[in-house]
Design a protein around this ligand. Sequence first.
Ligand code: FES
Ligand code: FE
Length: 429
Amino acid sequence: MVSLNRSTTENEMVDAVQLQALLDERREGFSLARPFYIDPAFHDLDIDAVFSNEWLYACNVAEIRAPGDYLTMEIGETSIVVMRAQDGEVKAFFNTCRHRGSRICSESQGHVHRLVCPYHQWVYDLDGALLHARQMPAGFDREAYGLAPVNVEVICGMVYVCIADTPPDITRFRRSVAPYIAPHAPERTKVAHVETLIEDANWKLVIENNRECYHCSGNHPELLATLVEFALPDDPAGSAYFRGLMESQARHWDAQDLVHLPADGGNEFRCIRLPFHRGAVSFTPDGSPACLKLLGNLTDPDLGSVRMFRVPNNWNHFLADHIIHFRILPLSANRTALRTTWLVHEDAVEGVDYNIEKLTSVWRATNAQDARLAANNHLGVASKAYVPGPYAPSEFMLRNFTNWYAGKLAAYLEKTELGRRTFTLHAHG
Ligand code: FES
Ligand code: FE
């Protein structure tokens, strides 16, 4: 048995040999084996191998508009602060004081002039530099004790962070998705509503649920009033109605130079523009716009939605009139926080251009339905009767996701102490 990190206890260890065997036994195109979804040791593994080692969606820049605006997020035990610095740049730091390690910001969001540690009041500026450390001796080198920085990338107003020392390359993602998203100007928005939902399910079940619409017809009446459930323009399951709709919308978007065909994101990301049902332009109960002031410089409300997903924690809808960002973070093996943010044009006026109920009702209902589905899925997977089951053709994105996830764990095994332990055991066993 090998501990994944120093903080794990005896019963929260993953057996490297077992992990390798589970990866070897995995059948592509099938859901994962039970421990991946329910075992606390595998939760720790996911935090180390996936969430500490990937670009994670944090927030939209509109959520931290002024210098001193900040937002915190927890990646396992590790808290970080995403900050609008004095010079207007977005920066991120570990939320851990350089004196004796106290967490500095305890709120999920706020505004500060300086970051002051609540323990002994060391004071940091908005760039993370240590300004004051009272009672420390003369000659104390403040410059050596700034907050540890976290990698940040801002892509079309979307803030991604990575706590790895050497983050994975994100340039292909940036280059691919920017042409789809830029016309919707996510950086020129304001938050209309934000909601966090705690789901009683493993984060991978939350993602798997999100990556297919096989479940939509049985569960999402509000969403299906406007959303077309096919995932690709040439979806083999697509009806004649869908093909006709796709064809006319493609012509409509081509005439405006709006990209719509699927981006080549492999297993890492997906980006595509897809139409709403004929006559609908937005995720509202009747398909009419949720916000009368369109995003950026857009003048045509009928742009369908750009659906963008990125492993491991983010999916989004970019419409002509509003944007919805979804962010997940695993809290434990069986709990996941889903944060949903609805944004409208920065000059839109509540009660005049939009109202919260019309803007949010469809996805609030859909999120609640999905939370029930994922929790129920988790309960069934926890049963000893569970064995991995086959994905339907329309669940091709789950195949992409589980292949990506298995690859991530295999790479982790290869380069860590855990993997060397596996090798040693194999060599002697
Ligand atoms: Fe922060 Fe002491 S731990 S000032
Ligand atoms: Fe759903």
